[in-house]
Design a protein around this ligand. Sequence first.
Ligand code: PMP
Length: 294
Amino acid sequence: GRMEELLVYMNGEFVPESQAKISIFDHGFLYGDGVFEGIRAYNGRVFKLYEHIDRLYDCAKVIDLEIPLSKEEFAEAILETLRRNRLRDAYIRPIVTRGIGDLGLDPRKCSNPAVIIITKPWGRLYGDLYEKGLRAVTVTVRRNAIDSLPPNIKSLNYLNNILAKIEANAKGGDEAIFLDHNGYVSEGSGDNIFVVKNGEITTPPTINNLKGITRAVVIDIIRELGIPFKEANIGLFDLYSADEIFVTGTAAEIAPVTYIDGRTVGDGKPGEVTKRLIEKFNEITAREGVEIYK
Ligand code: PMP
């Protein structure tokens, strides 16, 4: 095991995990007022670092939160946190909160956003389910409406996702699949969704879900392999009659879904198309990314 505690970046300083604490008056804690990212490093390289930083800054812009670092400084802070912890394969969690305010909601009372970067060694999110496939369940709780809390904002308010997870747990599912208020398939509680039917791959447009960076990588792979592909709304019929289903995310990577609402997907084993994509994805993540140790 590791002798020393891992260090966390907090507002320009590196502090041991057990001492990395924020105020109870931080609006990130009080109201979920803040934004975050989930990034992975593979083999000494941070995968899609600048794409994640761009999304973090876009989300901050949408909630009118000014991040007190330039994008370059933020990228360097992430790399330095990994170096201080001597990590080569890691999960990285940057967080920007609104900062300390009073007990009222008004973000104008908060003057100092807190910037936190947690890095951890982390393996596969779904363990042996990459071979077996996940049991997914659609949940009754709808994805946040695009005109109330747009799912494109990766905000600290993840209660919608947690409600979905609670329901999936109660139903014996490994992952929850959200529908939106029109009954269209949105995404998983922490990943985007794709279906394969008669050799063609479909994923919903990123209006009612998070613009996943893994999703974009997978679409690039699909195009490179020349597999027929479209972005289109999908409903329960498409889900239940799919030959293959898989979910994508930084934490989840590419995970096959082999049961949906008690129905077998295809022959109940991870599909051939999904397996091809996983293989390509692993090749890309092992060699691409921003070098941590130069
Ligand atoms: N949807 C949700 C709700 C998520 O939390 C995530 C994980 N960030 C994703 C999709 C996948 O996004 P990405 O591929 O950028 O990790």
